[in-house]
Design a binder for this molecule. Structure first.
Ligand SMILES: [Zn+2]
Length: 443
């Protein structure tokens, strides 16, 4: 909204009067005189009602009248003020009914009193038509927007997790498999009626509880799923086809002479070493290291070394094997498995190798950098277990698999189809883990 506003006074002052848009101007009777010096300040800039007239950009005026396309400047947008007063919203009222949710553009802090926070689940209509015909005639879409992982307001209570004893699992409807919720009706202490399909299901023995005179369970206030609108169910082992896989990370470091001399290699190694301590679930996370110049270099860390005894850094580094992949045209993984090792057990070994890499490759082999080939080799190494490749590339990958040609050599920056093909290869090699902007920066 800001750009058209700034351009409007200049355009009206110097340009010819445009009849269709002078109707609201205060100085209609003086042609040739700028109509806007005394014009009132448009009100919608400060959050008032939207007034498209003063916001018109002079350049967009002819296209608005001649072209059927929608002028973006004409589209009203909700005013978003980050400093607006926070609206307190209770999802249900004292009488047990649901409250209308606050507008989606407001900053609100919701309290879950039995219905879901509108941040997680919001309907396009807060009043549902009672028939399909009425809904059709209204012309409004009846849609539910579900955002289970939306960021909550800092003052909102966290979502509680429902955990059941091993073997019991979440209590669910016998027919439609809906999870236990606050709106299931209890027939007696051992059976409940599903709110979605009306099916009566036997309650597991472990979940039974006496009912009060109002038909509510005695433990309704202590079990979050019986009095809250949003809860999280912990999935037991029966819900998994296999145990969760360990997260795996492969770091690719540029050790070409240019990268080492400019300090890019040292910076990357130090950054990785600092990051290792912050990686969550270190006992499960697998980490691998790969360096590349004209070839790809892998490091095979010994398994279960650091966890057994306190070895010195020197001794640990001697047990690390250095594996080289010289064939950069058809890169491969030097070992079928084991290049990514558990982080917690090998933390010292990995940090030791990272500290030595800049010195190790100070007099590196000269040749074309094979960045894409190294990434491809890491992808091959991660194939059995899955994972993510994080690469630090300081030189243009101009050699081996997926080589990228220089812009000057190709005679044009973006016109070459071969260059685009190479870029596509790089992206394929990277998967979706590394945004293309990182690559374009290093080129
Ligand atoms: Zn059901």
């Amino acid at each position: 909204m800001g750009a058209p506003m700034a351009g409007a006074p200049n355009g009206f002052a110097g340009g010819a009067p445009i009849g269709g848009y002078q109707a609201g101007g205060p100085q209609m009777g003086s042609p040739g005189v700028a109509p806007y010096p005394g014009a009132p300040t448009p009100t919608h800039q400060s959050g008032g009602p939207y007034n498209p007239l003063p916001a018109q950009s002079p350049s967009s005026l002819p296209s608005t009248s001649n072209s059927p396309r929608i002028d973006p400047a004409q589209i009203p947008r909700p005013v978003h003020d980050p400093h607006a007063v926070v609206v307190k919203h209770d999802t249900r009222n004292d009488r047990g009914g649901a409250n209308h949710p606050p507008a989606a553009s407001t900053t609100f802090c919701a309290r879950d009193l039995g219905s879901a926070n509108p941040r997680y689940m919001r309907c396009t209509m807060s009043t549902i038509p009672n028939s399909g015909d009425l809904c059709t005639q209204s012309g409004m879409p009846l849609t539910l927007m579900v955002q289970p992982l939306a960021l909550p307001h800092p003052d909102e209570a966290p979502i509680l997790v429902v955990e059941h004893a091993q073997g019991v699992g979440p209590v669910r409807c016998g027919r439609c498999k809906a999870y236990m919720n606050a709106y299931n009706r209890w027939v007696d202490h051992g059976r409940f009626c599903c709110v979605f399909c009306n099916h009566t299901t036997e309650c597991p023995q472990e979940y039974m509880c006496n009912l009060g005179p109002d038909g509510r369970r005695g433990d309704a206030s202590t079990r979050p799923e019986l009095h809250l609108g949003s809860v999280e169910y912990a999935a037991p082992n029966e819900y998994m086809v296999r145990p969760p896989m360990a997260p795996a990370l492969f770091f690719v470091i540029d050790v070409n002479p240019v990268a080492v001399q400019t300090g890019a290699t040292t910076s990357a190694c130090e950054a990785i070493a600092r990051t290792l301590a912050a990686i969550p679930e270190q006992h499960r996370t697998l980490v691998g290291i790969c360096a590349f110049d004209a070839a790809a270099h892998f490091f095979k860390f010994p398994s279960n070394v650091a966890g057994k005894e306190n070895e010195t850094a020197t001794k640990t580094s001697q047990t690390v094997k250095h594996l080289v992949v010289p064939d950069v045209e058809e890169p491969y993984s030097p070992l079928p498995t084991g290049l990514a090792v558990p982080l917690q057990e090998n933390m010292e070994s990995i940090k030791d190798v990272l500290a030595k890499i800049p010195e190790m490759f100070a007099s590196g082999r000269h040749g074309l950098p094979c960045g894409v080939a190294a990434i491809k080799a890491c992808v091959e190494a991660l194939k059995p277990i899955g994972g993510r490749v994080v690469s630090f590339i300081a030189t243009m990958p101009s050699g081996g698999y997926g080589a990228v040609k220089g812009r000057t050599a190709m005679g044009g920056a973006y016109s070459s189809s071969q260059s685009n093909t190479s870029i596509e290869k790089v992206r394929m090699g990277l998967g979706t883990q590394i945004p293309p902007t990182v690559l374009s920066r290093s080129w």
